[in-house]
Each structure stands twice: as structure tokens, then as C-alpha cells.
Ligand binder design. Structure first.
Ligand SMILES: *Cc1c(COP(=O)(O)O)cnc(C)c1O
Length: 219
């Protein structure tokens, strides 16, 4: 099947409340244009430099999500155009995003990345760190960032029960933090699920899935 066919097949089976981020990392603009041609506009990249080059080359109504780990010194490269940053896991990073957003006279939406996997190589906050961050006055004073939800990655395993357990845990944290509703923090997006586990993620309450290889092929 072609990229366009894969994309249409996946989109047609997603529930209405779930947004698809087509993960185009490593794939050239020609391939991304095939996906764009179906009417799809939301793409995810994990390297800021690569995303910025593609952003330059693609039509301007394309929406770019940064799904990878963000280095503070590269925030400025995407601050003028990025739609959503999924992998935010520190106050320091939020402060830099706020600063660069302000320079561009805009507000940048961010998701806080939670650590839910058993592997300790993955980035992210635990629940007490999340609590401390959203209650931190330095965070509350930031005017040019908005935390709109959470993102997480399950353990890379074939054990469905393990994956389900981790997604369920993330959903329950997400639900508990629904009570937080401030100027720059109000949850409405739960980003979880990739090619291998997005169906489970949706069953567990995901509202945004990040799918790469099932659309573009193996990297
Ligand atoms: C690469 C990547 C994805 C997509 O992975 P696939 O298995 O190709 O669907 C999703 N989320 C993040 C954070 C990624 O880096």
C-alpha cells in the first residue's frame, strides 16, 4: 500500500476524538507531500533541525509537532512555527520555550512528558514531579506557554498487559490533574500510542496518537 493509502486506512478507523500525528521523521518532503495530498496536515518530527528544514519546504498550513527530546538551545529554531511540543519535562525548558514564544509574540502549547515505561532510558516526569511543576510559582507566571496535556511512551515489549497497565496509569494521572485549570495549564490532550500500540492506547483513553512506520514504512 502507498503512504496515502496507509494514512487513509488508519484515519478512517480512528475514533473522532483522537487526533493523528503522522510521524515523518527520517522521511523526505516528497513522502510527506503524499500524506499532505490526502488532506492530512499534522506531522511529527523528533529532531528540531530536520523539522525546520521540512517546515521551510512544505506548504505553510502544515502543522508541526515536536515529539522528541528537546534541547534548550534549539528551541529558538522552532519557536516561530511549532504547533505543539510533546516532550517537555522540566521547568527550565518551559522557561526557554516561554522566552522564545514571547520573542515571536505567540503562545506555544506544550505537553508534559511522563515517565511510565519500565525502562529507565526514557525521559519524563513522575507524578510527584508533575505536581511540583504545575504548582511552582515560576511556572504559573509564564505567559507565553500553555500546558495542554500529557504525553507518554509505554515500554517497548510484546506484553500487552504491561502496555495496558502503563497507559492506564498515565490516563489516571491525566484524570487526576483535570482539576488544575489555570491561565497556562488546562489538560485536554493525552498523547499516547505509536504504530505498535495505538489501539491499546485508544482503549485506555488516548486522544492523540503518534504513528510513523505504519504510514511511511519501516525506517
Ligand atoms: C518515532 C516516534 C513515534 C512513532 O513511532 P512508530 O513506531 O514509527 O509509529 C512516536 N512517538 C515518538 C516519541 C517517536 O519518537
Amino acid at each position: 500500500m502507498s503512504i496515502a493509502e496507509n494514512l487513509i486506512a488508519i484515519t478512517s478507523e480512528l475514533p473522532q476524538h483522537v487526533t493523528l500525528v503522522a510521524v515523518s521523521k527520517t522521511w523526505p518532503v516528497d513522502d510527506i507531500m503524499q500524506a499532505y495530498g490526502t488532506g492530512h496536515r499534522v506531522f511529527g518530527e523528533n529532531k528540531i533541525q530536520e523539522m525546520s528544514e521540512k517546515q521551510d519546504a512544505m506548504p505553510k498550513d502544515t502543522q508541526w509537532h515536536m515529539i522528541g527530546h528537546v534541547q534548550t538551545n534549539k528551541v529558538k529554531l522552532m519557536a516561530s512555527y511549532v504547533t505543539l511540543i510533546h516532550g517537555v519535562d522540566s521547568l527550565k525548558l518551559l522557561e526557554e520555550i516561554d522566552k522564545q514564544a514571547k520573542k515571536n509574540s505567540r503562545t506555544i502549547d506544550c505537553l508534559l512528558q511522563m515517565h511510565i515505561a519500565a525502562e529507565d532510558t526514557k525521559f519524563g516526569l513522575d507524578e510527584s514531579e508533575l505536581e511540583a511543576l504545575v504548582n511552582n510559582n515560576a511556572f504559573k507566571n509564564l505567559k507565553n506557554v500553555k500546558v495542554t496535556g500529557l504525553m507518554g511512551m509505554a515500554t517497548f515489549t510484546n506484553d500487552e498487559n504491561q502496555i495496558r497497565k502503563e497507559f492506564t496509569q498515565l490516563k489516571s494521572i491525566y484524570d487526576r490533574f483535570q482539576v488544575v485549570s489555570t491561565e497556562n495549564c488546562a489538560f485536554k490532550i493525552l498523547s499516547m500510542g505509536m504504530s505498535g500500540d495505538y489501539k491499546i492506547a485508544i482503549e485506555c483513553g488516548s486522544t492523540m496518537v503518534r504513528i510513523g512506520s505504519s504510514i511511511f514504512g519501516r525506517r
